[in-house]
Design a protein around this ligand. Structure first.
Ligand SMILES: Cc1cc2nc3c(=O)[nH]c(=O)nc-3n(C[C@H](O)[C@H](O)[C@H](O)COP(=O)(O)OP(=O)(O)OC[C@H]3O[C@@H](n4cnc5c(N)ncnc54)[C@H](O)[C@@H]3O)c2cc1C
Length: 410
């Protein structure tokens, strides 16, 4: 079978790989996407337990990729405030302090993936191989990457991008090492109904075992992510509904009254990972293939979307000036841009984890002081919020406020 020629082959059609494929549209590059599994069709009548809290930067990116309208028409859940607290002090953020209607939206992962997948399939310049998996990869001295799929089809590309998640095969083929540590925690997720309406507030309580997030859904329910030590997570999974609701009510200090109903309880292991490099000649990593962070700030896929937009910007600029998309000079621009930002976020999450996952009274004092000072310090709080929701920072053009024109070259 003859080899088919591409400039960029993306391995992995999760949320990040699909966003990258869309961001490359119209950029003068021949793009293919390989995904092992077709997305499960999203169903309106079933609220999924895997959701993402999307920043305003991610929303802007999805608008510019042309999918936000379809997401809104299906189901997105906006929130206008964030309240985080532990046993002592707390901190509040409100959208009106930034002059914005919302601080972000909760969206089901399955809906995001399905909507992005439909858009990629509808884009004539992207070739989708799904379901399919890469069986073999070989990079020649001339920089060509030869790829064989498990159904025998063969592709040839200048660049192979790993958007294939935490256990990325592309990372291995590229010979890129990994730093990782296991939090020995699991994230228990579920959809719950409480006595009181959430009032469009995303809440997070920091507990010594790990944080509990109550994410507001459009129908008045909440999606929870409760990070717990492994044995406690196991115990929570095994509880009957009544005991589970009681435990959740205690953990949330009944902030929304009693928990009256829950469904779709499940748990996911939590670990931190960072690839030692994001690129090597002919290869690049985006999303969870490059970094996995603790879900306590709900930033994982948001960072992945910024990787996708950043890499697309660098590749399209390279194509425009006749440079090789798989060349190290091109790829290093992307790595320099995104790795530092992601490392900062990962360190911040580790710091939070260290500060909060402990009953040590000194750490308790630091927490309370930090909360109280930040809550009162207007400009500091505003700055923090602007970064967290994606109004500030060195954002790719597609995610920036104002024009989506890349303007200056990175
Ligand atoms: C409990 C929990 C809560 C979270 N909450 C949030 C949140 O609120 N906000 C947020 O931003 N993030 C959150 N995250 C993180 C977020 O879910 C991830 O960052 C995100 O899913 C990563 O997307 P991805 O596309 O990079 O990878 P994945 O979602 O892992 O997608 C990888 C894709 O590649 C495919 N694939 C893998 N291997 C191959 C192969 N060899 N060949 C072909 N295809 C392959 C897979 O089928 C999959 O479709 C949370 C994570 C957890 C665990």
């Amino acid at each position: 079978m003859a080899e088919r020629d591409f400039d960029v082959v993306i391995n992995g059609g999760g949320m990040v790989g699909l966003a990258l494929a869309l961001a490359l549209r119209g950029g003068g590059l021949r793009v293919a996407l390989v995904e092992a599994r077709l997305p499960e069709p999203w169903r309106r009548e079933q609220m999924q337990n895997r959701v993402s809290s999307l920043t305003l930067a991610s929303q802007r990116l999805l608008e510019r990729l042309g999918v936000w309208g379809a997401l809104e028409a299906a189901r997105v859940s906006p929130f206008e405030a964030i309240h985080a607290w532990d046993a002592g002090a707390g901190i509040h953020f409100h959208a009106r302090d930034l002059g914005e209607p919302w601080l972000g939206h909760i969206v089901e992962n399955g809906l995001l993936q399905q909507t992005l997948f439909d858009a990629v399939q509808g884009a004539s310049e992207t070739t989708v191989f799904a379901p399919a998996a890469i069986e073999r990869v070989r990079r020649e001295d001339d920089g060509t990457v030869h790829i064989r799929l498990d159904d025998g089809r063969r592709l040839r590309s200048r660049l192979l991008v790993g958007a294939d998640g935490a256990r990325s095969a592309v990372r291995e083929w590229a010979g890129i090492g990994l730093r990782q540590h296991d939090y020995r925690q699991r994230g228990v997720v579920a959809t719950i109904r409480t006595e009181r309406h959430h009032g469009l507030v995303a809440r997070q309580r920091f507990l010594s075992g790990g944080p509990l997030a109550l994410l507001p859904l459009a129908d008045g329910r909440c999606s929870i992510v409760w990070s717990l030590p492994e044995d406690e997570a196991e115990a929570v999974l095994g509880m009957d509904d009544e005991a589970f609701h009681r435990a959740l009510g205690d953990a949330s200090q009944q902030v929304l009254g009693a928990v009256v109903h829950s469904e779709s309880r499940a748990a996911f292991p939590l670990r931190a990972m960072h690839a030692e490099r994001y690129v090597s000649p002919g290869f690049a990593l985006v999303g969870d293939a490059a970094h996995v962070i603790h879900p306590l700030a709900g930033q994982g896929v948001n960072l992945g979307f910024l990787d996708a937009a950043g890499l697309a910007q660098v590749l399209v600029q390279a194509a425009g000036s006749g440079r090789d998309p798989g060349g190290l000079a091109t790829l290093r621009r992307y790595e320099r841009w995104r790795r530092g930002d992601n490392q900062l976020m990962q360190s911040a999450m580790d710091g939070f984890h260290w500060l909060f996952s402990n009953r040590d009274p000194v750490r308790g004092l630091v927490r309370n002081l930090g909360f109280a000072l930040t809550d009162r310090a207007g400009p500091v709080k505003r700055r923090l919020m602007e970064y967290a929701v994606g109004l500030r920072g060195d954002l790719p053009a597609l995610a920036r406020v104002g024009s989506a024109d890349p303007g200056v070259t990175i």
